[in-house]
Write a protein that binds this ligand. Structure first.
Ligand code: PEP
Ligand code: MN
Length: 350
């Protein structure tokens, strides 16, 4: 079912930055303008209507694109912006050519643990400190992280001590004011919230750079649709992150899914490299990959990292713990400092 016809009308943003977006557009009835947003160096008007109605009419815009229906994303596409977007976070350039590595603990367990991990990963070449503050676990009986404010305070303190930008996942929109209070540099939206569009919009409205994971049950088109929600809020510092997707096997749901196919139970969470290449080819945004949550076990993290980098990832997000065996979450997949050091040397900075 196709939606109502919509158009994106784009023009260069007026010189004076910081001016409130002018909500009018010469030649277009203002009741038809649904949204006005500034993105990169352009001003965009989302307008109700068909291209044929406006063709040949004098409207003060540089281009008009049809969106909606089968066209699920336009602002994320190379068709709309034909230059690779580089996202700068505290001097780190994501998408600027050099592979960016965000590393750190799955979950902050104490100041000492978080600080030690940040110090070591920085020494070993990580650019950004990524640590979970509140953990969203499959079962409510599993460890959920320290109290949110305590965790965020530690994250900020560690980032400041080590001079690193920090990234953490938001698991509850009610925590957003706290993430802003502690100046989280990149807000991560996890796979479980990958289609929580109102959450994505509200985070995007803050202007804070945002890493958006692919929903584990999402096609690449749906993934790009989620990114589009964020861009349409005028936040250009939004970028996708690939992680494994889930396929169900006969064992899970009791019916034969793929007639005659040999199902590899190991591949219940396949890494969709083809899909990732497609996202890279279609969009101007930098692309991240998460080898840790993809591999699920530490010894496979180098192989997954290599595959993500070979496919064109600009950034890796890697979990590292001072003593993975004792980690309160994701113990199997977190790397020791030695393992992280060899990943950096043999896979990332080769
Ligand atoms: C994470 O990065 O900490 C995480 C929980 O990842 P995902 O949302 O991909 O499961
Ligand atoms: Mn984890």
């Amino acid at each position: 079912m196709l939606g109502d016809p919509m158009l994106l009308m784009t023009k260069n943003k007026p010189e004076r930055t910081g001016t409130k977006a002018d909500k009018t557009l010469e030649g277009v009835d203002s009741s038809r303008i649904k949204k006005v947003v500034d993105l990169y160096d352009r001003r965009i008007f989302l307008v109700d209507g068909l291209l044929s109605e406006f063709r040949g009419r004098a409207i003060a815009v540089d281009r008009i694109d049809e969106v909606g229906g089968e066209r699920k994303y336009m602002l994320a596409s190379r068709e709309w912006r034909n230059e690779k977007t580089v996202i700068s976070v505290d001097g780190v350039r994501i998408g600027g050519g050099k592979t960016v590595v965000a590393a750190g603990v799955c979950g902050i367990e104490s100041l000492e643990q978080a600080l030690r991990a940040a110090h070591e990963v920085r020494e070993l070449g990580a650019d950004i400190y990524r640590a979970g503050t509140v953990k969203m676990r499959t079962t409510p009986y599993a460890w959920q992280g320290l109290p949110v404010e305590q965790s965020l305070r530690i994250l900020r303190e560690v980032g400041d001590k080590e001079g690193m930008a920090v990234m953490t996942e938001i698991v509850n929109l009610a925590h957003l004011p706290l993430l802003l209070k502690y100046h989280v540099d990149i807000i991560q939206v996890g796979t479980r919230h990958a289609q929580s569009f109102s959450l994505i919009e509200k985070i995007a409205q803050t202007g804070v750079p945002m890493l958006l994971k692919r929903g584990m049950g999402n096609t690449t088109e749906e993934f790009l649709g989620a990114i589009e929600y964020a861009l349409l809020q005028g936040n250009g510092n939004v970028f996708p992150c690939e992680r494994v997707i889930r396929i169900f096997t006969e064992k899970d749901i009791g019916v034969r899914l793929y007639d005659g196919a040999q199902l590899d139970l190991d591949a219940r969470f396949p890494l969709d490299i083809k899909g990732m290449r497609e996202v890279i080819a279609k969009t101007h945004l930098p692309m991240a990959g998460d080898p840790s949550h993809s591999a699920g076990v530490s010894h496979k993290v180098p192989e997954y990292s290599r595959r993500l980098l070979d496919a064109g990832a600009d950034m890796l997000v890697v979990e590292v713990h001072p003593d993975p065996r004792k980690a309160k979450s994701d113990a199997d997949q977190q790397l020791t400092f030695d393992e992280f050091g060899s990943l950096m040397k043999n896979v990332v900075r080769v």
